[in-house]
Design a protein around this ligand. Structure first.
Ligand code: FE2
Length: 455
């Protein structure tokens, strides 16, 4: 009898889905997206989350400023977005709330609930002012969404490397939900592995080709566009793009640009390139970082010298986007797709197939044709504003790494797993490659101090 009773109880528990529940209430954990941040920029932030449809409770947010006696309600404006049934993750509801009027660099603690049931809590730091001198820390990650152990190793290596040092934001250069960017793949291979981080920093994405197997840029439909709430109207700084497929935003003294290399044709006279030129012409940020999926320079698991590779998207990004990025004074370009870590020196004007000599990395002072001087010594490049761009491929976040050769402009090429940490402090930008075992295997510094050393 006892055994029979136990089986009945176990059967009922399975039927009700209890094995997926946790202490946060009746949320099936294999479907939930715990509170995650979006659009942390300027004086605003968005908190978003997903619950099961049977949660009919009204979404609620409680918040407080940590270490400040000011009543949060006097400082913040709060506007609930429409709660919408997920079109792709059936039986789920997506909620979000927009906080604005936030003070710079404040710690905000929050608790999201539906009706009386708590969903999740978190704490984040609001964005710094434009003139903030830093340091700012940016986690750059790509091609991570396998759900396999390497994805978790790369995550843990960065968390351990940072120790108690706080991150400011995360940039994902695409392929975050293999193999087709489906709703369940986003939940299991993006939201679940990074849920602790996503509750305290915003992830700013660029769409990968795998996401675009289930989403379309033209009508901004699919799980990618449902997962993210991205600025289309210039609400985070920059020129309004009118689409979530590509956009820009400011974070303190840094202007970020996310391009869509995976969606529609990469057209030199199309709306994305027109917007890019306009956006770059209007920014006055100290630093500019652009990111997208298909790398202009790479010989990893993909080749930027092969027009047939990935429908020619790598070649097109080099021929079409790179001249605009260079003219606009972009300092750092991050891409993925090619499963490898590669990094150039400060270069300019390499728009061909990388087999010419115009890309040579200067070993001594070089007076460029544009009159800018670059000085290079060890891992540090000294340059004037707009004097060259560093290109990095960070597609080594989880998918099998592969080296196809040494690309002439990529002075570093490592077929290792890992991700990159970018630290910006005043006139100095440093990027470090943190291998999945925690070792730093590459470091580059762009120093724009007014005086070139030794001059
Ligand atoms: Fe890719």
């Amino acid at each position: 009898m006892k055994r029979g009773l136990l089986l009945v109880v176990l059967g009922l528990a399975l039927l009700l889905g209890i094995r997926h529940m946790d202490s946060r209430g009746w949320i099936p954990m294999d479907k939930a997206r715990l509170p995650y941040l979006q659009q942390v920029s300027g004086d605003r932030a968005i908190i978003a989350w997903r619950t099961a449809l049977r949660f009919t409770g009204k979404p609620r947010i409680e918040w407080s400023l940590v270490g400040d006696s000011t009543e949060a309600s006097e400082v913040l404006n709060v506007a609930f977005g429409e709660t919408v049934p997920s079109q792709y993750g059936l039986d789920n509801l997506d909620h979000h709330v927009v906080l604005s009027g936030l003070p710079h660099r404040a710690e905000i603690r929050y608790q999201a609930s539906n009706g009386p049931l708590p969903v999740g809590s978190g704490q984040f730091r609001t964005a710094p002012a434009d003139h903030h001198e830093g340091p700012l820390r940016i986690w750059a990650l790509g091609d991570s969404g396998t759900g396999g152990p390497v994805q978790y190793e790369v995550r843990d290596s960065m968390v351990e490397f940072l120790a108690e040092t706080p991150l400011d934001l995360m940039v994902h250069v695409g392929d975050m939900a293999y193999s087709r960017g489906r709703d369940g793949e986003f939940t299991a291979r993006f939201f679940r592995p990074y849920r602790d981080l996503l509750s305290s920093i915003a992830c700013w994405p660029a769409p990968g080709n795998h996401e675009m197997k289930s989403s379309t840029s033209m009508d901004e439909a699919g799980p990618y566009f449902e997962a993210y709430l991205l600025p289309t109207e210039g609400q985070c700084g920059g020129v309004a793009s009118g689409t979530e497929a590509y956009y820009s935003f400011n974070y303190g003294p840094v202007h970020f640009i996310s391009l869509d290399s995976s969606g529609d044709a990469i057209d030199p006279t199309g709306p994305m390139m027109n917007w890019l030129e306009m956006d770059l012409s209007q920014t006055d940020s100290t630093w500019i970082i652009a990111f997208f999926h298909h790398p202009p320079y790479s010989l990893g698991s993909h080749s930027s010298n092969n027009f047939k590779d990935s429908e020619g998207r790598l070649v097109k990004m080099r021929e079409v986007a790179v001249p605009i990025l260079e003219a606009g004074g972009v300092d750092l370009v991050l891409a993925g797709h090619s499963h490898i870590y590669e990094r150039s020196g400060l270069i300019q004007g390499v728009h061909g197939y990388g087999d010419t000599e115009d890309h040579a990395v200067p070993a001594t002072d070089v007076l460029r044709s544009d009159g800018k001087i670059i000085r290079w010594e060890g891992d540090t490049y000294w340059t004037e504003d707009g004097g060259g761009t560093v290109y990095a491929v960070v597609g080594h976040g989880g998918g099998h790494v592969k080296k196809g050769g040494d690309h002439p402009v990529m002075v570093v090429s490592q077929d290792v797993f890992g991700s990159a940490l970018i630290t910006i402090e005043s006139d100095r930008l440093m990027m470090e490659n943190v291998r999945s075992d925690g070792e730093v295997t590459d470091r580059i510094i762009i120093d724009r101090s007014a005086e070139l050393p030794g001059k």
